[in-house]
Ligand binder design. Sequence first.
Ligand SMILES: Nc1ncnc2c1ncn2[C@@H]1O[C@H](COP(=O)(O)OP(=O)(O)OP(=O)(O)O)[C@@H](O)[C@H]1O
Ligand SMILES: [Mg+2]
Length: 377
Amino acid sequence: MEAVVTGAAPAAETETPFIRIEGVSKTFGTFQAVRDVNLTIRRGEIFSLLGGSGCGKTTLLRMLAGFEEPTAGRIFIDGQDMAGVPAYDRPVHMMFQSYALFPHMSVEKNIGYGLKHEAMSKAQREARVREMLELVQLAPFATRKPHQISGGQRQRVALARALARQPKLLLLDEPLAALDKKLREHTQFELMSIQERTGVTFMVVTHDQEEAMTLSDRIAVMDKGQVKQVGSPTEIYEFPQSRFVAGFIGSITAFEAKVVSVTGETAEVEVPAFAATITARAVPGLVAGQKVTLAIRPEKLTIRQERPAAGNVVEGTVKDLAYFGKDSLYRITLPSGDLVAVHAVNAKRGTEALRVADWYDRVWLSFEPGAAILLVE
Ligand SMILES: Nc1ncnc2c1ncn2[C@@H]1O[C@H](COP(=O)(O)OP(=O)(O)OP(=O)(O)O)[C@@H](O)[C@H]1O
Ligand SMILES: [Mg+2]
């Protein structure tokens, strides 16, 4: 299939994709684990598959690696159709969900293990292992055994072992799941820097949305074997296209609403819970009278004790508030009795104006039209 090249398209879009997944499905017996997935992945990007447990992430990776055959559809890596190509002949390395290291082998032996079957001299092999030890900054630990290093260091050994064979594509299944929160954050940045230095395309599976947001150039959000949306972290967060994606990434409060009118880029929307009509950013295909969901994120709402003169304004009462120091989280009761979450940064110091409102205060919430996400799916 030829890509259609238009003059205005950015380079990244017209470049031949490194991986093309076309209509791929996988059925186990009668159970469909992966449903008609279409994805293209660019060379050198960190691409994440994000979704809840059992949504088909590992199954999709296993098909890329060649451990499972798709029931339907085709997979191309670097222009080559992978149908019938065995795992060991693919330019791919998969780092498994539990990246088992050999406990009786030293760090350097673990890293060199995958090179045993490569046509390399002993000296070349040793040079590659040294290079990998430098890359993951583990040279001082080369002769230690896995139980003599930390969890994060073990994770880096597994990564070095995977990169030693110089795959074009590295598949990482929950690479950081075994690490505690602090180490995970640190290791995320290391992964990114290693990816940058090697230029290897990374496909990362995770069910942790923050991890996907931090690591990825692009994310595919999956649900029940299907890809629901593909985009950059910002696109996924700011422009979710369905209730599922909106609710899966970050926190959100959703309300039933009805479109009153659509004018160009904006729509007037009646929101019974707000006892008001508000202005929202329109989405394609919206028509007057249509029922939609209005979704809004806690940090997009501004809370005040005086009524703003204009714009989208909703009245409410403070029901709960949690003070975290640098910020506060409020739960506001709306006229309808519905609750909405508001996240506010506490900018001022000292005792003065630590928080904008107190329990039972009457408050006014306001937001930009662009902050009101309309969802039709
Ligand atoms: N060999 C198999 N035979 C039957 N069903 C399978 C097989 N492998 C996976 N499944 C099912 O397919 C679905 C997707 O599994 P998969 O391992 O891809 O999920 P996942 O998204 O990686 O989940 P997790 O986040 O828990 O690792 C699950 O419901 C699983 O039980
Ligand atoms: Mg899995």
